[in-house]
Design a protein around this ligand. Structure first.
Ligand SMILES: [Zn+2]
Length: 218
């Protein structure tokens, strides 16, 4: 991680803070990534050279490419890209429900799996419904917390579509909770983010939660 230079002439609060997600300065080579997996296999207590594990570093490197393909993809640009459909006479909630979420927690690199509900009240632009699902996927395919994922999706919709408001809700089960320490299965975490009219208009927010079938979470 690249450190920002610290300018001592500025008071503490005014010094530039590193962004939450700095772009990696440089990526290790594929060979280095595979060697790191071998190290972890040995750290787990196994023999990385035994037959069953011989191709595991390769497979894990491939899997990482897939799990984390959201880095470098620009969700805001995707949303801002105009679509041809004319929906200018529609001005009510546009909601996509039950979007599959597969992400990885940034604390344990363990999967968290669930569903997302994303809605916006059109103002500036409208977009294809499939793009809403793409935006969820772009942010899910990064190391995440569920809270940050929910916020990033909502903020991307805000910036990319300039709507009157955005609502986002994610319900997911975290394997790091299910598999470690407290061996509890079936617990899910619910996170929400509301902006604009969804934040200020309680009736609108209640409508979103009702349509999302989440009145109990409200
Ligand atoms: Zn975790």
């Amino acid at each position: 991680m690249k450190k920002l230079p610290i300018d001592d002439s500025l008071p503490e609060l005014l010094r530039p803070r590193p962004a939450r997600r700095p772009e990696p300065v440089s990526r290790p080579t594929r060979a280095q990534a595979e060697a790191a997996v071998r190290t972890l296999l040995a750290w787990a207590g196994d023999d990385p050279d035994r037959e069953g594990l011989r191709l595991t570093p390769q497979r894990v490197a491939d899997a990482y490419r897939e799990y984390f393909s959201g880095y470098g993809e620009d969700a805001i640009a995707l949303l801002a890209d105009p679509v041809v459909d004319d929906v200018s006479d529609y001005d009510d909630i546009i909601l996509l429900r039950d979007i599959p979420v597969l992400s990885h927690c940034e604390h344990h690199i363990a999967p968290f799996i669930g569903r997302a509900w994303v809605a916006y009240l059109p103002g500036g632009r409208v977009t294809g419904l499939s793009r809403l699902a793409r935006v969820v996927d772009i942010y899910a395919r990064r190391l995440q917390t569920q809270e940050a994922l929910t916020a990033e999706i909502a903020d991307a919709l805000d910036k990319g579509l300039e709507p009157r408001g955005v609502a986002g809700l994610i319900e997911a089960e975290h394997q790091c909770i299910a598999a470690r320490g407290i061996r509890q299965r079936g617990m899910t975490a619910v996170t929400m983010r509301f902006t604009g009219a969804f934040e200020t208009d309680q009736a609108l927010q209640a409508r979103f939660l009702r349509v999302a079938g989440r009145t109990a979470a409200a």
